[in-house]
Design a protein around this ligand. Structure first.
Ligand code: CA
Length: 367
């Protein structure tokens, strides 16, 4: 497979960033720091925007008001995909988003959000916190004047919304589909026209026909955007995002200006939100799925094994190609792939074996 240049996500959803000079400056008085927390999410969007709000509240309350974190939703201070540059450059102090939105800066960022056929939420946490992932992430982000943390997870996502059935790879030919990160690159390799759009731009693009299909997150989030109004088939599983880590990046000058307890507070707030967000997705997805099917008549379909196997082959090549871009990303890839091997070996005997056993036809519920 030919190596291709990765598209810059920064080019999509562009719009001039507000000039730095016109932005409010953080007030520093009596030891109080104002923190502008920019996000890639629409205002209070379930799980994503609300997770960012809770993260900000944890910081403000935990610091007894010494750190005043204020959330700016997508477009309120800067366009969503310019959050990274804003924090890197110091026109905001912290972002909340997902690292694959920054793949135009380095393909290495993808490994800290989602890798097609990569790691689940719990496996991502294991790699980041106990498998060397955080150290590699710190090294990558430091090149951009940032200190990163995992700060949420969506769990396994859905495969996407389509208006035609996907029975073979040919069905992806020429399909204009919204899919960010390495998943989008995989679909480009098999002939689709994949684009990365911020969440808020997806519905109008699908409605107008600018795109034919999309993925977003899962039933809870997808119900909120109303994709059932403009697409009929809802495919699973989300091979491209098996446990998407949401993230926060802190401007290094702010980070280094904080006291030790303030740094620990931000790290703890991110870790708390990392778990809390995943729990909320897991709690709310099933009810939302029921509503999509029962109330809105959505047809839920599973990708065939042949399609998954072929996409898996393409994914392996795309992920390896992404690594070859620079030495640091190669080290990130090597660490990730090694961890994935061990994660698969353990999950076969643990989660996977249990889930299969739980589906055996024994009588369990006593009513
Ligand atoms: Ca997604």
């Amino acid at each position: 497979m030919k190596r291709r240049k990765f598209l810059s996500t920064a080019a999509v959803g562009a719009g001039a960033a507000a000039a730095a000079s016109t932005l409010p400056k953080p007030a520093i008085s009596q030891g109080i720091k104002e923190i502008r927390l920019v996000t890639t999410w629409p205002k209070n969007f379930p799980g994503l925007g609300t997770g960012a709000e809770r993260f900000a509240q944890r910081i403000t309350q935990g610091s007894e008001g010494k750190l005043q974190a204020k959330v700016f939703a997508a477009g309120e201070l800067v366009p969503p995909f310019e959050s990274f540059d804003a924090v890197s450059g110091g026109t905001a102090e912290i972002y909340h988003g997902a690292e694959y939105y920054w793949q135009g800066k380095s393909t290495g960022f993808n490994f800290f959000a989602a890798v097609p056929f990569g790691l689940t939420a719990t496996e991502m946490d294991a790699w980041i916190h106990h498998g060397g992932g955080q150290e590699l992430w710190d090294e990558l982000a430091a090149d951009f004047n940032l200190k990163p943390f995992a700060a949420g997870n969506t769990g396994v996502q859905m495969g996407g919304w389509f208006n035609k059935e996907i029975n073979s790879l040919e069905d992806y030919n020429g399909l204009k589909i919204r899919m960010p990160g390495l998943g989008g690159e995989v679909l480009r390799q098999i002939g689709a026209a994949a684009v990365s759009l911020p969440g808020g731009e997806i519905f109008p693009s699908l409605q107008s026909g600018a795109i034919d299909a999309t993925e977003w997150v899962g039933p809870w989030n997808d119900l909120a955007f109303g994709f059932y109004k403009v697409a009929q088939f809802y495919y699973y599983p989300g091979f491209h995002e098996p446990g998407t880590t949401l993230s926060t990046g802190v401007n290094r000058q702010l980070w280094e200006s904080l006291t030790g307890d303030q740094q620990a507070l931000i790290a703890s707030a991110a870790a708390a939100e990392n778990n809390f967000t995943l729990a909320e997705f897991n709690a709310r997805n099933n009810a939302a799925l029921n509503e999509l099917v029962s109330t809105h008549g959505v047809q839920v379909k599973r990708f065939g094994d042949d399609v998954m196997n072929a996409i898996g082959n393409a994914a392996g090549q795309v992920v390896a190609d992404a690594a070859a871009g620079d030495p640091l990303t190669q080290r990130i890839y090597d660490s990730f792939i090694d961890f994935r091997k061990n994660a698969i070996a353990w999950s076969r005997l643990s989660d996977q074996a249990f889930w299969e056993a739980r589906l055996l036809p024994f009588q369990y519920e006593r009513t």
